[in-house]
Design a protein around this ligand. Structure first.
Ligand SMILES: [Zn+2]
Length: 194
């Protein structure tokens, strides 16, 4: 049986692309996310520049947030190239459909994608989707509204795990004691090499 290897990330990105939660909030969110998404590898990354977190093979189309018209993928890719330098600048561009001005982070992506300086991620968890109540909990912990990006990476397409992490400081929750009340669990956080 030639099982196809693939990876699925659930990535949570602040709606305000430039917001980075403080360290204590990041750690609390990692601990809670590990409870919500069992057996997943959880990490949190931040960066001084704005990154783009795509949905991988789940990507279907882009729409205008004002009129709902589909945006040509070529137009979008061209603006993605133009907008990125030292991270994404998130300049407001005039859309071809109805002349609405918006940034790449304001566009409606199917499936959702997000720009940001901070990401909380879980890879290959036992949950397919994040419940609204759990999303709200993590929003409270991180003190921000969040966008949820479901990123599907298939090794067949030669996509590597976490290639959007380049240049990010990534912290990984490596030790959770499963027993005992949450207040007594310990989380050891190590810094990754990348
Ligand atoms: Zn429009």
């Amino acid at each position: 049986m030639g099982a196809t290897m693939s990876d699925n990330w659930i990535k949570l990105v602040p709606v305000d692309a430039r917001y980075i939660p403080d360290r204590a909030r990041q750690v609390r969110a990692m601990i809670r996310f590990a409870e919500i998404a069992p057996n997943a590898e959880i990490d949190a990354g931040h960066c001084e520049t704005v990154k783009f977190f795509d949905c991988g093979a789940n990507f279907k189309l882009v729409r205008c947030p004002a009129c709902g018209e589909q945006v040509a993928v070529e137009w979008w890719q061209d603006r993605m190239d133009k907008d990125s330098g030292e991270g994404f600048q998130l300049v407001a561009y005039e859309l071809p459909c109805c002349k609405t001005k918006c940034t790449l982070n304001d566009l409606v992506y199917d499936w959702p994608q997000a720009s940001g300086k901070f990401v909380l991620g879980a890879i290959n968890s036992n949950i397919k989707t994040l419940k609204d109540e759990h999303k709200s909990e993590l929003e409270d912990i991180l003190a921000t509204k969040l966008r949820v990006v479901y990123q599907h990476l298939s090794s067949a397409a030669g996509q590597s795990v976490a290639d959007d992490r380049a240049g990010m400081t990534v912290f990984r929750a490596t030790t959770f004691l499963a027993a005992g009340p949450a207040s007594e669990r310990r989380c050891s956080v190590t810094k990754r090499d990348n």
